[in-house]
Design a binder for this molecule. Structure first.
Ligand code: ATP
Ligand code: MG
Length: 505
């Protein structure tokens, strides 16, 4: 008996000797109140701004308002399962999203959950939604063109890889269509695309996905979507999430294009969150940091130097205006952040000029360095031609006497406007754009009736494709227009218009 006690005593003593006690510290907060997707939490004095919080093990939220011994967080779900008294713990990390090639062709929500019913997203790499923009030393100048396939843009408002070009206009002016055409045109260039749908109708997102799929462009595109009935926090996170996914491509030394459709809805979602968080409101009821909201997002686009892989991230943010007012708060902010804007007008759209680009108010501050040599050599005079045409057309409306030079100016302007019209989803490769502009410069379209200009253009392109297809491919391949190619192109175009003229007589 005695022996037994002794052995148990030694056994326990030995166990105690080996026992290592490393205390673990857990810090919990308690939900004080929860309404309108905002949870007010008592405790968590060491919580950090933007940290992901866990509510009862199933719900998540992001800490956005830090006070002494209290935190306000936005919830990421609308489920309504968070109740007062619930325990909240810190996760020690910020919100993150899965990234990588496995996402291509998929539709996901901002925290990486699939929305396309195709099962879990195959990816084991994650990136934080918010990260620092590339530093000055990591960047280099924008010097490679990003072709949109839209003649009016590639010729007069060229976009370079790594640039941020705003698409701005009223509702239903073709903003999304321009961005989609640009995405469709990247298929051949190995530029990976991310389309961020922020607070849009689910039906619009489905249409975009169907469109991209039908032309085979979904394979190199990721759609990050939050719908209009998602909570404000999800809409707020969408562009950051898309940017994180696109950044991965850039950091891997590849080229990426991201479309934010649209930042007006993003700002409105942030305003809703800020008002619920009881932050003081400023102009148009937006909080004071709404500029930073977009500047930190758009600064993440860059062209990296060769030392850092040489990748690029081009951004096409979209902003919706009310009655063409570009001096409202969000439009002016985003205009000042970006490197240029494509301004779309309802009047032009309704007059049948589509894409409805107002060339006078549209600019690209990167300029000719981001344009193929073949294009920059022949597109220099277009802006001037259009500006002169617009000015003169106003006077001509009053029935003023028109001399021959003015009449010719009007004639050319009308035809150029006609040539720049482009159906939705039709992309023009460089060679076709060059061919059209070369014929315009050679005054070939001047003798053609206005209503037949578009048909003549399409006929010309078809003819060139069949007769000098090799030359067209060589222009597309090199981006240059050699003297030899130029001669072949001029000759073939000349012959086509000669035939057209003879057929008329
Ligand atoms: P919203 O403000 O609703 O987002 P939006 O400015 O994005 O609209 P889109 O949805 O791109 O505009 O286009 C509006 C309509 O105009 C669509 O029905 C589209 O088919 C048509 N459209 C756009 N671009 C063209 C074009 N180049 N040629 C013919 N139709 C076009
Ligand atoms: Mg749209």
């Amino acid at each position: 008996m005695d022996n037994d006690f002794k052995s148990i005593g030694t056994f326990l003593k030995e166990k105690l000797k080996k026992f290592e006690y490393t205390p673990k510290e857990y810090e919990y907060g308690v939900v004080k109140s929860c309404a309108d997707e905002i949870a007010r939490i008592d405790g968590l004095p060491r919580c950090r701004y933007g940290e992901l919080l866990e509510f009862g093990g199933s719900e998540y939220g992001i800490a956005l308002e830090l006070r002494e011994n209290a935190v306000d967080a936005v919830l990421l779900n609308k489920s309504g399962t968070v109740v007062p008294g619930e325990m909240v713990s810190q996760t020690g990390r910020v919100a993150q999203v899965c990234v990588g090639d496995g996402l291509l062709g998929r539709i996901i929500d901002p925290i990486g959950r699939p929305l396309d019913g195709l099962g879990a997203v195959p990816s084991d790499e994650f990136r934080p939604l918010e990260s620092h923009a590339p530093t000055i030393m990591q960047r280099t100048g924008v010097n490679t063109p990003l072709e949109t396939g839209i003649l009016a843009i590639d010729s007069m408002i060229p976009i370079g890889r790594g640039q941020r070009e705003l698409i701005i206009g009223d509702r239903q002016t073709g903003k999304t269509s321009i961005a989609l055409t640009a995405i469709i045109n990247q298929k051949k260039d190995d530029v990976f695309c991310v389309y961020c749908a922020i607070g849009q109708k689910a039906s619009s997102i489905a249409q975009v996905a169907a469109k991209l799929k039908s032309v085979g462009a979904l394979d190199n595109t990721v759609i990050v979507a939050s719908t209009a009935d998602d909570c404000a926090s999800m809409q707020y996170l969408t562009p950051y999430s898309g940017c994180a996914i696109a950044e991965k491509f850039m950091r891997d030394g590849r080229d990426a294009l991201i479309v934010y459709d649209d930042l007006s809805k993003h700002a409105a979602a942030y305003r809703a969150m800020s008002l619920l968080l009881r932050r003081p409101s400023g102009r148009e009821a937006y909080p004071g940091d709404v500029f930073y909201l977009h500047s930190r997002l758009l600064e993440r686009s860059a062209k990296l130097s060769d030392e850092y892989g040489g990748g690029s991230l081009t951004a096409l943010p979209i902003v919706e205006t009310m009655s063409g007012d570009i001096s409202a708060y969000i439009p002016t902010n985003v205009i000042s952040i970006t490197d240029g804007q494509i301004y779309l007008e309802s009047e032009l759209f309704n007059a049948g000029i589509r894409p409805a680009i107002n060339v006078g108010l549209s600019v690209s501050r990167v300029g000719r360095s981001a344009q193929y040599k073949a294009m920059s050599g022949i597109s220099g005079n277009l802006r001037l031609d259009l500006a002169q045409y617009r000015d003169t057309a106003i006077f001509a409306q009053f029935g003023a006497d028109i001399d021959e030079s003015t009449a010719s100016l009007l004639r050319r302007g009308e035809r150029l406007t006609e040539l720049l019209k482009q159906a939705r989803d039709i992309v023009f490769p460089l060679s076709r754009q060059v061919a059209v502009l070369l014929s315009y410069n050679n005054n070939h379209f001047d003798g053609i009736d206005l209503n037949k200009v578009a048909a003549a253009r399409d006929g010309l392109l078809e003819r060139l494709e069949s007769s000098i297809g090799d030359t067209m491919r060589s222009i597309d391949g090199s981006g240059e227009l050699s003297e030899n190619d130029m001669n072949i192109l001029t000759q073939a175009s000349g012959a086509f218009f000669e035939e057209l003229k003879n057929a008329k007589h």
